[in-house]
Design a protein around this ligand. Structure first.
Ligand SMILES: Nc1ncnc2c1ncn2[C@@H]1O[C@H](COP(=O)(O)OP(=O)(O)OP(=O)(O)O)[C@@H](O)[C@H]1O
Ligand SMILES: [Mg+2]
Length: 259
């Protein structure tokens, strides 16, 4: 057998039995991904302007996951947990409290400024161990999915010390690596993001990038989602229309954004 045939004859999945893809479970989003999910251990950036539905997308993924018994931790650095949960209940009827009671979900408020102070203190004393404790402190159980809402808010709290910000992010996502979870890092961008490389995010955070657009078309705006990159699978390359309705994010893959 020649080398080409030998490579072709190798069953990719058989060689790596520990590779597991976790569906996103948001509307028909998984139809946009050839492997119908995201590889465990990967971190995907969820980028978009304000009000584009980043928080809704992640909460929907965690909530629908919880309905299948998959555990989700939502770390909220912007809105307090109670407020976020109330909005999810009022807007979409998702009863996150009941999922928390069943230990399938946890929504945890983290004050980014308090966090920044603890991290600075830990680094001043060169106590890496304390820093690991800080990254682990918000994990009530071993999660299948984690949302960090948002990386932009963490970055803002470390504005005087970008070096410490990078150190903290590295520790946080290294900790998540141990859980083998799918991680969403939310990033606030312009309403019509043009330059993705300037998200100010480290390379180790981008196994994938999903962008939510709210673009102006004559007198109104249209919503579209794009998988810009996903290292673990082939995926749809075009902008796909979505709406936010009383059922959450709804994706319309067969429709065109600009007609
Ligand atoms: N029941 C609903 N029906 C239709 N649209 C809704 C409904 N509930 C919320 N929305 C829309 O969802 C938007 C908020 O989505 P979400 O909070 O997930 O966005 P975000 O990208 O996280 O925003 P931010 O940058 O402010 O954190 C609102 O601006 C509103 O337009
Ligand atoms: Mg949000």
């Amino acid at each position: 057998m020649g080398i080409d045939e030998e490579i072709k004859s190798v069953d990719k999945n058989a060689r790596k039995p520990d590779v597991e893809f976790l569906p996103v479970r948001v509307s028909t989003f998984d139809d946009m991904i050839e492997r119908r999910g995201i590889e465990r251990g990967n971190t995907v950036l969820i980028a978009g302007g304000c009000g584009t539905g980043k928080s809704t997308f992640c909460m929907q993924s965690l909530y629908y996951g919880a309905m299948k018994g998959e555990k989700g931790v939502y770390l909220t650095f912007e809105e307090p947990a109670e407020k976020l949960k109330r909005h999810m209940w009022l807007n979409f009827g998702w009863d996150v409290d009941s999922m928390e009671k069943k230990k399938l979900m946890a929504v945890v408020t983290v004050d980014p400024f308090e966090l920044a102070r603890s991290v600075e203190a830990a680094l001043m004393k060169q106590r890496g161990k304390l820093l690991i404790e800080i990254s682990e402190m918000s994990m009530p159980f071993k999660p299948d999915r984690v949302a960090v809402d948002s990386i932009s808010a963490i970055s803002a709290a470390f504005v005087d010390n970008p070096e410490h910000y990078r150190t903290y992010l590295r520790y946080l996502f290294q900790t998540l690596d141990n859980y083998n979870s799918v991680n969403y890092g939310l990033v606030e961008t312009e309403q019509e993001p043009q330059v993705y490389s300037r998200l100010g995010i480290e390379e180790f955070l981008s196994d994938g990038v999903v962008i939510f657009y709210h673009v102006k078309k004559e007198q109104h705006r249209v919503r579209a989602v794009e998988i810009l990159k996903l290292r673990s699978s082939n995926h749809v390359k075009k902008l796909v229309p979505y709406r936010i309705t009383e059922r959450g994010i709804e994706i319309f893959e067969s429709e065109e954004v600009f007609v």
